[in-house]
Design a protein around this ligand. Structure first.
Ligand code: WQD
Length: 339
């Protein structure tokens, strides 16, 4: 069966393309390559043995989306394509609302017109803000978003919920990712370094590779055991495989209308310092880092209650944080050797 993966050349998208292929699906990529690179397709070819069909087009173009859904005889869609920088979203709110919401509206409308009903939506644990109760459960109250990016995810979830409430013929689910890290163990694909990394792990690996002078740890005065923030770091391959399981669940669901939300995390919390210590043990050398001020918008602690997806979909994360850091480091080293 043909599955359209929007943003399929991106970090999580490309790893999900591999997981889909491994599960016997035929992934088709739609990506405008605004935040990814064609060279990712070469990495996919080395892993999968073939370059998946792809369209370098914009997801907001309804004619393009409809043509692809029909011509590729798509059975399901996984929608990753979105702008995802928390900081940039606060500088350019309209760019984020326009792209992230219109792409979802165009996609859902086109899918229903083409009578395609299986949609996985890439959401984010950022919708929880600082969850009052931890681990965060899917029925936790959703606070006013702390960023425009986070708001586009909250609104995206509401759009899908309301389509189901209107009993439109669409089966969809929102997957709330915690902190995806790591890379495919082959090191043929990984998190591409486009600009200065916002996220912790790519900044660590680039510092260790000598590309950055030192990591700044944003705050060591949080009310946590070691004073640094706690997060739920999940291996990107576990996250990718969760998408396949969620898609199969939708495809087998015995009704034309469905919507639900699932956390995708490990259910375990690690601090920034624990990540640094583990990484130093892997690389075999001290990491250059300094403590700086807290970063605005950061929550103290956020990790997932993963009982719902385990109960309904039978999925749990299989890989450890250490394995993810080992794979991230191997990927970074492969970049240095032009791998
Ligand atoms: C993790 C911890 C930082 C960089 C973000 C988005 C979220 C999702 C995942 C898209 C925090 C600290 C980081 C650095 C640091 N993205 N840190 N120095 O903020 O938990 O989540 O990425 O869906 O929506 O909000 O991830 O990796 O940026 O930060 O100390 O140079 O590492 O303060 O405590 P975050 P992160």
């Amino acid at each position: 069966m043909n599955i359209l993966v929007t943003g399929g050349a991106g970090f999580i998208g490309s790893h999900t393309v591999v997981a889909l292929s491994t599960a016997g699906f035929n992934p088709v990529i739609l990506d405008d390559f605004s935040n990814s690179e064609i060279r990712t397709l070469k990495g996919l070819e080395k892993i999968m043995g073939y370059i998946p069909r792809y369209y370098a087009e914009n997801c907001c173009d309804a004619q393009v989306v409809r043509r692809i859904l029909k011509e590729e005889q798509i059975s399901g869609v996984i929608h990753f394509a979105a702008f995802k920088s928390v900081g940039e979203s606060m500088q350019e709110p309209l760019k984020y609302y326009d792209n992230n919401l219109n792409s979802l509206i165009v996609l859902t409308r086109s899918m229903m017109e083409c009578e395609i009903s299986n949609l996985i939506f890439s959401s984010s644990a950022t919708v929880y803000g600082q969850a009052a109760a931890l681990p965060a459960t899917e029925d936790a109250p959703i606070p006013v978003a702390m960023s425009v990016y986070g708001n586009t995810k909250q609104i995206g979830e509401e759009i899908l919920r309301d389509i189901a409430l209107a009993e439109k013929s669409l089966k969809s689910t929102s997957l709330r990712y915690f902190n995806p890290i790591g890379a495919h163990p082959s090191a043929y694909i990984g998190e591409l370094p486009l600009g200065v990394p916002n996220n912790l792990v790519p900044y660590i690996t680039q510092t260790a590779a000598g590309l950055r002078p030192a990591l700044t740890v944003f705050g060591d005065d949080y009310p946590t055991p070691d004073g640094t923030c706690l997060r739920d770091f999940i291996h990107v391959m576990d996250l990718a495989e969760a998408h396949v399981v969620a898609l199969q669940y939708l495809m087998n669901y015995p009704s034309n209308t469905f919507y639900d939300v699932f956390n995708i995390g490990t259910g375990k919390a690690n601090s920034v310092l624990e990540i640094i210590r583990t990484f130093e043990n892997i690389s075999g050398k001290p990491l250059q880092y300094r403590f700086g001020d807290r970063r605005s918008g950061d929550v103290t602690s956020l990790y997932a209650d993963v009982s719902k997806i385990e109960k309904h979909l039978g999925w749990t994360a299989q890989r450890t944080m250490r394995e993810a850091l080992e794979d991230a480091w191997r990927w970074q080293q492969s970049l240095a050797t032009g791998g």
